[in-house]
Design a protein around this ligand. Structure first.
Ligand code: BGC
Length: 251
C-alpha cells in the first residue's frame, strides 16, 4: 500500500541520512540518501536541509525525524554533537511548518532501536531487556523492556575513565586516534562490561555507522550477554524514524 511508504530522516553530527521506507516491510524503497550536516548545525540550517530532502524524495504523509539529543515532548533538551542552539528547540514543529505535514521528532538511537526491535530487526524475537548501542560520531543507546522503549537513556555519556564513554569508544574516536580493531574493541568490551553490570541486558544490539564493518571486528567483542549486529546497519535510524511516524498515525 503506497501510504505505508514514509520518509525517515536521521540527523547525525556528520551527515543527514534519509530514505523512503516501506513501513509494512521495514525496508527502504530508495537508495539511502546522505548529505553532510550543515556547519554550523543550527536548527534552521539543518531543518531547511531536511525540507529540501523531503522535496527531492517526493514523500507524502507524516515524517520521522531522528535527532542526536534527548527529545522530551517534542523539544530537544541536549546537544552533544550539534549546535547548542538546539537546546529548547521544537525540531518537529519547525520541520512540520516547513513541509506542511506532521513530523514525529525522537532521539536517533531510540529510532534505531525501534527499527531493530520490530519485524526484520536483530531484536525482533528478543524478550526481556534489550540494549541497542549505536557507535558513530557519539555513542547512542536505546533500552527496551519486553518490547517497550525507555526513551532518552543517553548511555554514551556514562562516565568511563573519568569522562564520557563516547569520548573513548565512539567510531569517531577510533578514526581520530587511528585505533586498530583490537584496541578499539578492548575499550568497547570494557564499556559493555560496565553496562552489563548496571543493566543486566538479555541482549546487546550493536548499530551505528561502525556496524557496517561488523565482519571485521565482531569476533573480538565479548560480553556476558549475547551481542548481535543491527540488522538494519547504519540505516536503522532512518527506518525507525519512519516506523515512529507510522505508529503515531495509527494512534
Ligand atoms: C547524544 C545522544 C545520541 C548519541 C548518538 C550522543 O552524544 O547525546 O542523544 O543518541 O550521541 O548520536
Amino acid at each position: 500500500m503506497a501510504d505505508t511508504i514514509l520518509l525517515g530522516l536521521d540527523v547525525g553530527g556528520s551527515s543527514i541520512k534519509a530514505g523512503l521506507v516501506d513501513t509494512g516491510r521495514g525496508s527502504l524503497t530508495t537508495p539511502l540518501h546522505s548529505v553532510p550536516t550543515p556547519a554550523p548545525s543550527t536548527p534552521e540550517a539543518v531543518l531547511q536541509a531536511c525540507a529540501r530532502i523531503d522535496g527531492e524524495l517526493g514523500s507524502a504523509g507524516p515524517v520521522g525525524l531522528a535527532f542526536p539529543s534527548v527529545v522530551q515532548a517534542g523539544i530537544a533538551r541536549t546537544a552533544a554533537n550539534v549546535d547548542k542552539s538546539w537546546i529548547g528547540f521544537a525540531g518537529g514543529t519547525r520541520l512540520s511548518q516547513l513541509i506542511g505535514r506532521p513530523v514525529v521528532f525522537l532521539n536517533d538511537a531510540d529510532a534505531a532501536g525501534v527499527a531493530e526491535i520490530s519485524a526484520g530487526g536483530a531484536g525482533k524475537d528478543a524478550q526481556g531487556v534489550v540494549m541497542l548501542l549505536t557507535f558513530g560520531t557519539g555513542i547512542g543507546s536505546a533500552l527496551f523492556v519486553d518490547g517497550e522503549l525507555v526513551p532518552n537513556t543517553e548511555l554514551g555519556h556514562l562516565e568511563f575513565h573519568g569522562r564520557d564513554a563516547e569520548l573513548s569508544a565512539s567510531a569517531r574516536v577510533r578514526t581520530e586516534e587511528r585505533l586498530d580493531w583490537a584496541s578499539w574493541c578492548a575499550r568497547v568490551n570494557e564499556y559493555l562490561a560496565r553496562l552489563h553490570a548496571l543493566f543486566w541486558p538479555d541482549l546487546f544490539i550493536l548499530g551505528g555507522s561502525i556496524s557496517e564493518d561488523f565482519d571485521q571486528f565482531g569476533q573480538l567483542l565479548e560480553s556476558p550477554a549475547p551481542i548481535r549486529r543491527a540488522a538494519h546497519g547504519a540505516q536503522a535510524g532512518v527506518v525507525g524514524a519512519a516506523f515512529a511516524a507510522a505508529r503515531q498515525r495509527r494512534r
